[in-house]
Write a protein that binds this ligand. Structure first.
Ligand code: TPP
Length: 318
């Protein structure tokens, strides 16, 4: 069990540190991509992805640093993409909002709210046809619930009993507007539970709890053949887009953040490791290794070439 907890921690730490590095370097103005930071949500992707397994195909949003890093474990191509370099997974053309590495199961992320949900359902339909036993995970924010295509996709997936897990990462905000100001219906899970699927919800920053919730959900999905829907709450630490805090913007107060910081997902998991008997020196050595990995990734990304002018329109569909 301690081994699993260490694996969780490595991923949580990698994601958090990678974003801290982005915050450190962003003002140098070499990463010319808008940043939607994952800070605060790390436990959700790490827990869910561990439960669904390596084979699963994941779809996300423009806020997918955590998803990409948890799924791939690599940071060289990640930072190359941030720096717009030819060595990035989209050769620098996608940036932070379009991270994808299909061979590693990060199939698609997109800047357009809800757009990856129907594509994820399509992938699940293909898996059902092929009977390959593969599962699709569709991550999206609470804002996606306000889009018609979410409901159409959910309906189709439930009707066809597709092997797909919908994960709503609910930070209460769509940019600056709160969920309660956007819903003309009962709570999300209550409405979704009227469809032929399994639903569950939680407000936890504990990666292990999320892993267990997801495993329970997968067991129910396997038994019935129906899709699953998880509604998981978290708090976005930073501004909607950008690398800074925005508690002076007038739409939320800093005191809301404080209880979430106390149960910060990275801290919770680190405390668990120590509590369960891991020596602090071992944890520090793991952290150091990841720090060095990130330093190297950034150095290489800074030095990497941009695409040549004649390559700019390659792989572009218009
Ligand atoms: C179809 C579409 N409508 C509007 C926007 C503008 N927009 C960008 S992010 C966002 C809020 C989405 O909030 P949520 O889904 O909760 O995700 P979060 O940013 O909180 O992760 C909106 C409305 C967009 N990108 N796409």
């Amino acid at each position: 069990m301690l081994k699993l907890h260490l694996e969780f921690y490595k991923k949580l730490y990698l994601i958090r540190k990678a974003e801290e590095k982005i915050r450190e370097h962003y003002s140098e103005d070499e990463m010319k991509t808008p940043m939607h930071m994952s800070m605060g949500e790390e436990a959700i992707v790490v827990g869910v992805l561990e439960a669904v397994g390596k084979q699963a195909q994941a779809f996300g949003t423009y806020r997918s640093h955590a998803l990409y890093l948890a799924k791939t474990g690599e940071s060289d191509m990640f930072f190359a993409e941030m720096y717009g370099k030819a060595t990035g997974p989209a050769k620098g053309k996608g940036g932070s909002m379009h991270l994808a590495l299909p061979d590693a199961g990060v199939v698609m992320t997109s800047a357009v709210v809800s757009t990856t949900i129907p594509v994820a359902v399509g992938a699940a339909l293909a898996n059902a046809y092929k009977k390959n036993g593969n599962i699709v995970v569709s991550f999206f924010g609470d804002g996606a619930i306000n889009e018609g295509v979410f409901w159409e996709s959910l309906n189709f997936a439930c009707l066809k009993k597709l092997p797909i897990l919908f994960v709503c990462e609910d930070n209460d905000f769509a940019i600056h507007s709160r969920l309660k100001d956007r819903l003309g219906h009962k709570p999300i899970t209550k409405v979704v539970s009227q469809f032929y699927c399994h639903t569950d919800e939680a407000s936890t920053t504990d990666v292990y709890e999320i892993y267990e919730i997801t495993r329970n959900m997968l067991a129910k999905m396997k038994k019935s053949g129906m899709p699953g829907f998880l509604h998981l709450k978290y708090y976005r630490y930073l501004e909607h887009v950008g690398v800074n805090e925005d508690f002076d913007a007038g739409y939320r107060a800093r005191k809301e953040l404080l209880p979430w910081l106390e149960k910060d997902p990275v801290k919770v998991q680190r405390d668990r490791l120590i509590r369960e008997g891991m020596k602090e020196s071992v944890v520090l050595a793991v952290e150091k290794k990841i720090d060095q990995q990130l330093e190297k990734s950034i150095r290489e990304a800074q030095k990497a070439p941009f695409l040549k002018k004649e390559e700019l329109m390659q792989d572009v569909y218009a």
